[in-house]
Ligand binder design. Structure first.
Ligand code: PEP
Ligand code: MG
Length: 874
């Protein structure tokens, strides 16, 4: 049997997304549900892939299949392609498996030609409408399918409008539009070198081909890379009979969400335009009306639409994003899909839907993308400063958040400014898919045109980026690179602030404050805790970080890097004195100075974490990292320490290492200078003791870095930790503590059974483990790893997402071996991967007990842990 590449809407369903694309599958589903969907058919994603396999031309049998479906539609609705009396017209839309704003969007009114336009005028009794549709079609087809710039057509339109004194497009007469059609055809012929195609089948084949080609345009490729969509999925093409929203006052078109996509509120949310076609709404050419207005103008249609929206939401069990057209008072549904929303809305909707009995807690948890939580965790503007700030204008609160930055008026200028290290707000009249790169790197987006469903608004919400859209009081002049508000002019590089939650735009920068997380977020995260298995700790070395992490639900500290404490101003001099000491006595003297300060550090952290475990890692980096490098700073140091400059220089030379990452660091320092770790252990125990006396429990875990051999750990344990602990014990001041090690050297993973004999816990240092397994320097590999990803040599940077194939195997070996000699060994991870959802899934699978990540990633890790647990039970 020959392969089928074209499906009528009556043949598909919502589960056929990979073949029919998202749009096609949903059109089919709605058709089968009995909703009023204009008939049509879908050319499959497989056809797109074959198109690329076959030198990018449509093959004959595909053309035949398309033709057969056209005849079928002609029979269904009693109109004929290119008919002089009642012509059949189509819309052509791309439709990938995942919706992709970077791709070709829509061509409307396909099938119009010099003959059919007369038929359309006849059948509708409206010549003006017919020629208006024809001129729109020529422009859209030329722009979208043939890449003739839209601006060529716009300037002709403006010229004619000016000549005949028409203010709006709707003021143009049929005769004016005929003239415009003629001129548009001439532009086409001039640019393409051929007359505008009159055969509607040719038009359709060219449009189909253009959709296929748009799968690989640069915008689409950038979008795919950003959203990690595979390149080989291909796009489907949806060919659907036209209905007309531009047939007068009882017609119109609009887009609406079944719930508010910015806040999640359960109310219909959207906009529409009377007497217009779809692209007028999305492009922001005319300012649309709020959807509830439809209730006043066409109450019956409004009610039908409300019912349909509720029906579809119940059917899909998710908030829907709908497109509709009203033709002479009859409502048609042109699209439905799960609506993009802000994270705040996503959580509110998920919690509401659980309460409404529409979905389960488990489904609610699986719906939120863990990384998207970062949208909620970041600061808002400080209320006090906000009140005192100068308001420039107010637009639509299109995507919440707070952003300050310098304004730039193009994607290119924005990208360059970010490369110079600036924070950027991209300002455009309206954005288009070409602006995608600038939108990705900007702090926020401001547009002067377009509504809540304009390109800028939709894309910003999808990215979780702050956006104020349709601020129509400001005049944006992209060519001059200025923005005018009243009589004030803002130039490129001026600083403004956007509040995407209120729509206000302010002059200058505004301070930000941490968000408050309550309401649905708390309820939702409560469910997350019920359903996860992994414990989530945080990497924190200050009480401040620890407090933030606790507020985000951290269950302990999994990594307290003590070296960060060494850098603080009140002790760095003593630390340097200790490093530059010429003998043990001098070193001990310096350590005596550091010890009470360290004790204070630990006291404050243990107190903040009261009762929750704190894993303190003893000193890890090579000592030369604490010594300044410039001659000027070294001279100052000599002066401060009252030491001879040349003497210092000699020590600095001695400390210098060719390969410091593989050098004298971690537990290797303790073998050479046990007194350093002794000072740290004493500080830990004294801090815990003081808290004990105050009635506060410190749950102490001492962690030794960079162990590769059991005897290293044995040495640190017996010669340092046990020795100090025994001094406390002699005074009946026993401090309960666990001692464990990082597993971050491949040898430690391979010999984990031996090491576990000495370690009560393992914490995988996946940063160093990745570095040493690949032999990639973690400080330098960034320079070339992006090319590895671009050239498909590695799927992602292994420093961001754990390399399961290689590093992962070492972890599995270590887990198995560690458990073989100590069955209750506590296992965790504290490298950067501890906050990465993909890696967390792996850690859950191999049976770790906890992950530890930076404070702001704690909620993300908690959600990822719950999702991994649910997935493991599927
Ligand atoms: C690691 O190596 O993964 C780790 C957590 O330690 P650090 O990043 O401090 O080397
Ligand atoms: Mg490390």
């Amino acid at each position: 049997m020959t392969k089928k590449y074209v499906y009528d809407f009556r043949e598909g369903n919502k589960d056929m997304k990979s073949l029919l694309g998202g749009k096609g599958a949903n059109l089919a589903e709605m058709t089968c549900l009995g909703l009023r969907v204009p008939p049509g058919f879908t050319v499959t994603t497989e056809a797109c892939n074959r198109f690329y396999d076959e030198e990018e031309v449509l093959w004959d049998s595909l053309k035949e299949e398309i033709k057969t479906h056209i005849h079928d539609i002609e029979n269904q609705i009693g109109k004929k392609f290119s008919d002089e009396n009642n012509p059949l017209l189509f819309s052509v839309r791309s439709g990938a498996v995942f919706s992709m704003p970077g791709m070709m969007d829509t061509i409307l009114n396909l099938g119009l030609n010099d003959k059919a336009v007369i038929g359309l005028a006849r059948s509708t009794g409206n010549e003006r409408f017919a020629y208006d549709s024809y001129r729109r079609f020529i422009q859209m087809f030329s722009d979208v399918a043939m890449e003739v710039p839209k601006s060529f057509f716009d300037s002709v339109l403006e010229e004619v409008k000016e000549k005949v004194g028409a203010e709006k497009d709707t003021d143009l007469s049929a005769e004016d539009l005929k003239l415009i059609v003629d001129q548009f055809k001439k532009i086409y012929e001039r640019e393409i070198g051929e007359a505008f195609p009159q055969d509607p089948l040719d038009q359709l084949y060219l449009a189909t081909q253009a959709v296929f080609k748009s799968w690989n345009n640069s915008r689409a490729r950038i979008y795919r890379r950003l959203h990690e969509i595979p390149d080989n999925l291909g796009t489907a093409v949806n060919i659907q009979s036209m209905v007309f929203g531009n047939m007068g006052d009882t017609s119109g078109t609009g887009v609406a969400f079944s719930r508010n996509p910015a806040t999640g509120e359960n109310e219909l949310f959207g906009e529409f335009l009377v007497d217009a076609q779809g692209e007028d709404v999305v492009a922001g050419i005319r300012t649309p009306e709020e959807i509830h207005e439809l209730n006043r103008i066409m109450p019956d249609v409004y009610k039908q639409f409300l019912d349909t929206s509720e029906k579809l939401e119940k059917h899909y069990k998710d908030m829907q994003d709908l497109e509709f057209t009203i033709e002479n008072g009859i409502l048609y549904i042109l699209q439905t899909r799960n609506g993009k929303r802000t994270t705040q809305a996503a959580i509110n909707i998920a919690v509401d839907m659980v309460n409404e009995g529409l979905i389960t807690k488990e489904e609610a948890i699986m719906r939120i993308e863990p990384n998207s939580l970062s949208q909620l965790l970041h600061p808002n503007f400080d209320e006090k400063e906000l009140k005192e700030s100068e308001v420039i204008t107010k637009g639509l609160a299109a995507s919440p958040g707070a952003a300050s930055g310098r304004i730039y008026f193009s994607s290119k200028d924005s990208v360059e400014a970010v490369e110079r290290g600036e924070k950027v707000i991209i300002v455009r009249q309206e954005t288009s898919p070409e602006d995608i790169e600038g939108m990705i790197i900007a702090e926020g987006i401001l547009t002067s045109r377009g509504g809540m469903t304009s390109h800028a608004a939709v894309v910003a919400r999808g990215m979780g980026k702050c956006c104020v859209a349709g601020a129509n009081e400001v005049r944006v002049d992209e060519a001059q690179k200025i923005m005018k508000a009243g009589n004030k002019v803002y130039k490129e590089g001026d600083v403004i602030s956007l509040d995407g939650t209120t729509g206000y735009v302010y002059n200058g920068e505004i301070k930000k404050v941490d968000p408050e997380l309550a309401g649905s977020f708390e309820i939702f995260m409560g469910w997350v805790n019920e359903l996860k298995r992994l414990e989530v700790r945080t990497n924190a070395d200050t009480p401040r970080d620890a407090k933030v992490a606790l507020a985000f639900g951290a269950e302990g500290i999994g990594l307290c890097r003590t070296e960060h404490m060494f850098f603080q101003e009140d002790r760095i001099l003593a630390v340097r004195e200790m490093i530059l000491a010429k003998n043990i006595n001098q070193r001990l003297k310096a350590l005596e100075k550091i010890q009470p300060i360290q004790k204070d550090d630990f006291y404050n952290i243990f107190k903040t974490m009261a009762g929750k475990p704190v894993t303190v890692r003893l000193l890890d980096p090579p000592l030369h990292e604490f010594i300044p490098s410039s001659e000027e700073d070294l001279r100052k140091l000599a002066e401060d320490l009252n030491m001879d400059f040349n003497n210092i220089l000699d020590t600095v030379k001695e400390l210098r290492e060719v390969n410091p990452m593989l050098g004298h660091r971690g537990c290797r320092l303790a073998i050479t200078y046990p007194e350093i770790y002794r000072m740290q252990v004493r500080a830990i125990m004294e801090a815990a003791l003081q808290l004990k006396e105050e009635g506060v429990e410190a749950v102490v875990e001492i962690m030794i870095p960079l162990v590769g051999e059991k005897k290293e750990l044995e040495f640190v344990k017996s010669e340092i930790v046990d020795e100090i602990a025994s001094v406390f014990e002699e005074n009946s001041d026993r401090i309960d503590h666990k001692i464990g090690t990082m597993i971050e050297v491949p040898r430690a993973a391979l010999l984990a059974d031996h090491i576990a004999e000495e370690a009560e816990f393992f914490s995988f240092g996946t940063n160093d483990m990745t570095q040493m397994t690949f032999g990639f320097s973690r400080d330098d590999a960034g320079k070339f790893l992006s090319e590895y990803v671009e050239k498909n040599i590695l799927p992602k940077s292994p420093f961001e997402t754990l390399d399961k194939d290689g590093v992962g195997i070492l972890l599995e070996i270590a887990v198995e071996k560690g458990k073989s000699t100590r069955s209750d060994i506590h296992l965790g991870v504290c490298g950067e991967h501890g906050g990465d959802p993909d890696s967390i899934e792996f850690f859950n699978k191999i049976g770790l007990d906890y992950v530890s990540c930076s404070p702001f990633r704690v909620p993300i890790a908690r959600l990822a842990a719950a999702q991994s647990n649910l997935k493991s039970k599927e």
